[in-house]
Design a protein around this ligand. Structure first.
Ligand code: GLY
Length: 402
């Protein structure tokens, strides 16, 4: 996958991922949003959540009406981790090219201020005018409604999209895909997703992208989800109306960058390629040489980001709770390096300096603690390699998830 040329020639020049992120934030600032920092990736004080799994988590109380927002419009890039609970993508990570443990969610929020029309208008303007994505490759979905929950078809979203897209590119979606919930309880509402078709023109002529939306096609992918928060899911499963209507959007930064840079894989963007290049130099194996080693490169590139940012946010690897999740992610990366890249001594910690440099503007906490994070990772790796080398590996490799 990494060897292939970009399938699309979307831009007169290649924008870097950091430029793409800044354009998002600048655009939302121009629409009256205050740009705020990411919340920590590790959640303290919310028993329903171990890790931040969406940009909206830190704003939950504003949606529920438990607190009043001083800023009615905010935007940011949020560190998210989806490895447990309702949103868990772990098994796909590394095997496919677009799921991640840690990812950045670009989001904009309205707390009782603008609603569907503005959210949709601005999403379209950003994607097609600022990023200049080709309109004929974009598809959107709207909530078809659910009689059981007494929620109607989202006519407002449909009518707003209809200004920009023909009806055959506006697809109805069911409760699973188009009713977004933070967890088993909490704020939720109908959503409208934006999907991008990266296939070649020949493929698109043969099979309409509309038939591939939300089917798991690796080249017709969701990039942005616009959630219209109107309900609270209570512990007994019932829905109650929230005191006000809000907007909560989440765009996968890694997918957006892939689309704009015209790459076949998220891992071929400049977000990940430097990590893969460094791992390749350490292992003496080329990315692209074989499928098994390629998966290992991707697992490592993904997992080192998750582990280092969790540690920088104060969550050390341990045997319980969130610490155990961090330890398991780290060990999964080591196991792939050991099994498929012939690495037999600590290597992950060597990736930290360039990772810290990449994140220095967005998440400076990693650079500020670079030596500490490297030390913790190196010690964890050393201890796990000792376990592997004393023969436990035969038992461990039986389990997919160590
Ligand atoms: N909160 C919107 C999303 O995660 O898609």
């Amino acid at each position: 996958m990494n060897k292939s040329q970009p399938s699309l020639s979307l831009q007169p020049f290649m924008r870097s991922s950091l430029e793409i992120k800044q354009q998002f934030l600048n655009f939302l600032a121009s629409k009256g949003h205050r740009v705020v920092p990411s919340a920590p990736i590790v959640v303290k004080g919310d028993p329903t959540l171990m890790f931040t799994n969406a940009g909206m988590n830190q704003f939950k109380d504003f949606f529920l009406g438990n607190a009043v927002a001083t800023e009615k419009r905010v935007a940011n890039s949020q560190k998210c981790l989806r490895v447990s609970g309702k949103h868990n993508d772990l098994e796909e990570v590394g095997h496919d090219h677009y799921h991640h443990t840690m990812f950045e969610m670009l989001g904009n929020w309205s707390f009782g201020d603008y609603f569907k029309t503005d959210a949709i208008d601005w999403a379209w303007e950003l994607l097609t005018e600022v990023y200049q994505l080709p309109k004929d490759r974009l598809y959107v979905t709207v909530f078809e409604g659910d009689a059981g929950s007494n929620i109607a078809f989202d006519q407002d979203a449909f009518d707003t999209w209809k200004q920009f897209l023909p009806a055959d590119r506006i697809i109805n979606g069911n409760k699973k895909d188009n009713f977004w919930e933070m967890g088993d309880t909490g704020p939720c509402g109908p959503c409208s997703e934006i999907h991008f078709d990266m296939r070649s023109d020949a493929e698109r002529e043969q099979v309409s992208g509309a038939t591939l939306v939300n089917t798991g096609d690796p080249e017709v992918i969701e990039i942005w989800n616009l959630v219209f928060m109107e309900f609270n899911r209570k512990a007994d499963g019932s829905l109650e109306k929230l005191p006000a209507q809000h907007v909560d959007t989440g765009m996968g930064f890694e997918r957006l960058t892939r689309v704009i840079q015209g790459k076949k894989s998220n891992y071929d963007t400049d977000i990940f390629s430097f990590i893969i290049d460094e791992t390749s130099a350490v292992a003496g194996i080329k990315y692209g040489a074989a499928e098994a080693s390629d998966i290992a490169f991707r697992v490592i590139a993904d997992h080192i980001r998750a582990v280092s940012l969790c540690i920088a946010d104060g969550q050390l690897p341990s045997n319980t709770g969130a610490g155990y999740v961090v330890r398991r992610i780290l060990r999964r990366a080591v196991r792939y390096g050991y099994s498929y890249l012939n690495l037999s001594e600590p290597f992950l910690y060597r990736l930290i300096p360039s990772l810290a440099a990449y994140f220095s503007a967005s998440f400076p906490e990693l650079k500020a603690q670079q030596d500490f994070v490297s030390r913790v990772i190196k010690e964890e790796e050393a201890s796990f390699f000792r376990t592997l080398s004393t023969g436990h590996c035969m038992i461990l490799t039986v389990f997919r998830w160590i």
